[in-house]
Ligand binder design. Structure first.
Ligand code: HEM
Length: 425
């Protein structure tokens, strides 16, 4: 017998459906533009397509971000490809928790972002830039991307209370960089990332074990100490492998900020109207960092799985449905941003940002949603780095391919941004 509920749901409109039987190849070809092309084509904020043979709903805009980040409607469990999950957040991590377990674990991450801790990171990053610039003076050319990864790897290990010997620096930098680089790929790059991850995990587990056994004594306010002794809701410390995963969830994404720093260097190069004195103005430095994070491509989208059945804008979204919030399309939504394709830090003088229109690192409230806890740290690293590049060193940018390779997820400047004739000022 057909029930009333059946008729109610069967008569609901369905979102526009992408023409291809499976859109995976189109997605890999179009990457960051995949969503935008279809949102525009169908004149909608929601469409359906198949990715890797699974039905997915693509969403964009501030309304969609609110839906995604408010009210526990989407879990991250089984919401992103295993190949990505394994190289980024990984099993057992804060991102894989729901409800009160998530909130409790998230408080650990937020407790690391105090004003004092941010100030400490500013100082460490600045010092690392200073010694790197001195080293670079002797080099014929410098590939900035790898070098900034190393600067951030050194700084974050010191910040987090993790010992890093000089002979380990290159290997650790390569491992963190490789995990990020492989996260959005399949095949060889992903497999390389997975091998590097296994090696790093072994190292991080040993660190946690050593801290617990008092063989290492980082100070009490550091990430390493807090993670090692953090108690979950059951009153027990985290299993050593989960604590290691969470420590890596601090170290690896901090190294990932190198991508934004290099995009910032590219912006300094391509928009010469930004003058050296501008960064003395803290407001401008902040606006510049925000615009880099809004404008340049990083994570194209983030996946979630509906935890209940509900209706959004006429459309029924069923429990278990896979959905992807298009972060890039939201940061470039012409209804939210005037001329979104222009790089213009001063747009933030006129425009307020909310947890739902500006989403390069997720949205919503930090304590209760999956929004990135490292956002303020990212901002601070960006500001110190941009100021250093503009005011504390001089360099030339030789002819090279400065286009952005969007076939890689996350994207990167093709040449990795080469500079020469570096002088520390
Ligand atoms: C390159 C800069 C960064 C980008 C683009 C980025 C991006 C993101 C995004 C989009 C999310 C939301 C995931 C979701 O909704 O499920 C997220 C979550 C997260 N990020 Fe970041 N992030 C960055 C830097 C950082 C830093 C510096 C840290 C730590 C120091 C960090 C740690 C985390 C953690 C632990 C989560 C999971 C939070 C949760 O599930 O509640 N990220 N990040």
């Amino acid at each position: 017998m057909l029930t009333e509920a059946f008729f109610r749901s069967s008569t609901r409109p369905t979102p526009p459906r992408d023409a291809s039987i499976d859109s995976t190849l189109d997605f890999l070809r179009e990457t960051y533009s995949f969503g935008i092309n279809r949102f525009e084509k169908y004149g909608t904020d929601i469409f359906e397509a198949r990715l890797m043979l699974s039905k997915a709903l693509f969403l964009r805009g501030d309304g969609a971000a609110r839906l995604f980040y408010e009210g526990d409607r989407f879990t991250r469990v089984r919401a992103n490809p295993q190949t990505t999950l394994r190289l980024l957040q990984d099993k057992g991590s804060v991102q894989q928790q729901n409800g009160s377990a998530h909130r409790h674990r998230k408080a650990l991450f937020m407790s690391l972002m105090t004003p004092e801790a941010l100030e400490k990171m500013r100082k460490l990053v600045n010092e690392e830039w200073r010694s790197a610039a001195k080293r670079w003076e002797k080099r014929r050319k410098v590939v900035l991307f790898g070098e900034v990864e190393e600067i951030l790897c050194r700084a974050v290990c010191l910040w987090a209370g993790v010992p890093l010997f000089e002979n380990e620096v290159k290997a650790r930098t390569r491992e963190f960089g490789g995990m990020i680089d492989g996260a959005g790929s399949f095949g060889i790059r992903n497999a390389r990332g997975a091998i590097l991850r296994t090696r790093t995990e072994r190292w991080a587990r040993q660190l946690i074990a050593d801290i617990r056994l008092n063989r290492l004594s980082p100070s009490r306010e550091t990430a390493a100490y807090k993670i090692a002794f953090f108690q979950d809701l059951d009153g027990k410390v985290l299993p050593v492998e989960v604590a290691a995963v969470e420590l890596l969830n601090i170290l690896r994404p901090t190294v990932a900020v190198a991508r934004f720093v290099v995009f910032g260097a590219l912006a300094l190069h391509q928009y010469p109207q930004v003058s050296a004195g501008d960064f003395a103005d803290a407001g401008f430095a902040q606006r510049f960092a925000l615009e880099v994070r809004r404008y340049y491509p990083f994570f194209p989208m983030i996946g979630g799985r509906a935890t209940e059945t509900f209706v959004w804008r006429e459309f029924e979204i069923k429990k278990g449905q896979w959905a992807l919030l298009d972060l890039y399309a939201t940061n470039h939504d012409p209804r939210l941003w005037t001329k979104p394709g222009e790089f213009r830090p001063d747009r933030f003088l006129e425009q307020e940002i909310s947890g739902f229109n500006f989403v390069p690192q997720g949205g919503g409230a930090y304590a209760t949603s999956h929004r990135c806890p490292g956002e303020s740290l990212t901002d601070e690293i960006m500001k110190v780095s941009m100021r250093f590049l503009r005011e504390e060193m001089s360099y030339e940018v030789p002819k090279q391919d400065l286009s952005i390779d969007i076939s890689r997820l996350p994207a990167v400047v093709k040449s990795r941004f080469v500079i020469k004739r570096v002088r520390a000022l």
